[in-house]
Design a protein around this ligand. Structure first.
Ligand code: ATP
Ligand code: MG
Length: 424
């Protein structure tokens, strides 16, 4: 036998049995995002690498070591997208969507990062996200936060806490950067190698370090809030006021700086302690600088991204998966010559009841094994078509989930009866 080819490490098949959870997540998100007036956007999965180098920043984990980059046959350097924000902004600029306009958009799809695979961290993973472009002020940030909060409620998820922080304007950040560099220089020997390297390239990221050995040093570090201008403080204050008024509880977390270069003012994360080490399920904030960085006129932008795999783990762990049946009605077919009539009956039922989920037994098998399949499908009703029913122009209907007597009915009336029995 030939050796089988396996899936790539860190990437996963989403099998039919996994789909109910994915559908529950994605369907709820689509309805919710659209109820807030967000429209879907889909961008290509492959982009020019330069988009991410410029958009995310050269000295971020993603660009330094996580991108799937390659040269295509024309020698052009391309990358599988590690996130979708830079692509959404590129698409809006390229299609002139940002001229004095506001856009609320949502997306859903796979992202790729070459990380060390572990629970909640994969090389192909999926994100649900939202981006609001062209809108200044804290109200839109609050809206994004409220949308996420409502999503947890809709999914029935508990124990997800909100952490927020303000990075201020780019001038505030510049000022803070200096203070921070001075502080860490004074404690240079206590830093790990990664942080020593970041001290030159991206000192804010040291605050984001997960190394337990330097946590005390980080806790003692100067706080960004002390470097905020009065305008930036005001922005943050208004956001907090809206959140307070909307009944959203949060914790202000000074060390929350986010990994990407493009954030300013508000940053936030929704985190849970129930998932172990990979506890962030949603992350976002304001990223006004990105539009200009990608060649547009200065403009406003805010958004977030959620990790689907982590949310699905929570849905399953918290027993929130809604059971769904493969079909409502399962049509059993008995006798060699019955199949064409069964197929015809099925098609006319589909004409009559377009919302009906109907599965037809197409490969014979004993009555007993067909019945077992019908039961496993989760169907409410079994239709039974044998040679005698074909001759009489009838079909038998058996309720699979209630102790009701089996009935026999004219095929022409089957649709009406099914719709009555299922209430559809
Ligand atoms: P982390 O600090 O966990 O690496 P990040 O800051 O790199 O997260 P973002 O780029 O903000 O993550 O992505 C938003 C969300 O997408 C994360 O909060 C997480 O839920 C999910 N996510 C990010 N990377 C992965 C991954 N490799 N596998 C699964 N989910 C991921
Ligand atoms: Mg990461």
């Amino acid at each position: 036998m030939v050796k089988q080819i396996q899936v790539i490490r860190g990437m996963h098949d989403i099998l039919p049995a996994d789909m109910p959870a994915w559908n529950q997540l994605e369907d709820s998100y689509r309805l919710l995002a659209e109820s807030y007036g967000y429209q879907q956007i889909r961008t290509p999965i492959v982009e020019k690498s330069a988009l991410f180098h410029r958009g995310i920043g050269e000295v971020t984990d993603i660009v330094e070591k996580e991108m799937y980059s390659f040269e295509d046959r024309n020698g052009e350097n391309l990358s599988l997208r590690p996130e979708n924000t830079a692509s959404v902004v590129r698409a809006c600029l390229e299609n002139s969507l940002l001229n004095d306009q506001q856009h609320r958009m949502w997306y859903c799809g796979p992202m790729f990062r070459h990380e060390r695979p572990q629970k909640g961290r994969y090389r192909q993973f999926h994100q649900l996200g939202a981006e609001a472009l062209g809108i200044s002020g804290p109200a839109i940030e609050a809206e994004l936060i409220c949308l996420a909060k409502r999503f947890w409620k809709l999914l029935g998820l508990e124990n997800i806490e909100l952490e927020i922080n303000s990075l201020g304007s780019s001038e505030c950040r510049q000022r803070f950067r200096q203070t921070l560099v001075e502080y860490f220089h004074d404690h240079y020997d206590q830093l790990d190698a990664d942080s020593q390297r970041r001290l030159e390239s991206n000192p804010l990221r040291i605050l984001d370090s997960k190394n337990p050995d330097i946590q005390d040093l980080i806790d003692q570090a100067p706080k960004l809030s002390e470097s905020l201008s009065s305008e930036s403080s005001e922005h943050f204050l208004i956001l907090r006021d809206i959140l307070d008024n909307s009944g959203v509880s949060y914790k202000v977390t000074p060390r929350l700086v986010r990994g990407l270069d493009y954030y300013s003012h508000t940053v936030f994360e929704w985190v849970t302690e129930t998932l172990g080490a990979q506890g962030t399920v949603c992350a976002g904030g304001r990223y006004d600088g990105l539009i200009e960085q990608l060649g547009g006129k200065p403009n406003y932008a805010a958004g977030f991204a959620m990790g689907c795999e982590r949310l699905i783990s929570m849905i399953i762990d918290q027993g929130r998966l809604q059971k769904t049946a493969d079909c409502d009605v399962y049509l059993l077919v008995r006798g060699d010559k019955t199949q064409p009539v069964a197929q015809k009956l099925a098609e006319s039922l589909r004409d009559e009841l377009p919302q009906l989920k109907l599965q037809v037994q197409t490969a014979g098998g004993s009555f007993k094994s067909q019945m077992r399949r019908a039961d496993r499908s989760g169907a409410q009703l079994a239709l039974i078509l044998g040679e005698s029913e074909v001759e009489a122009g009838t079909v038998a209907i058996k309720h699979l989930r209630a102790e009701l007597e089996q009935i026999e009915i004219a095929q022409l009336q089957a649709g009406t009866k099914i719709s009555e029995m299922l209430g559809i």
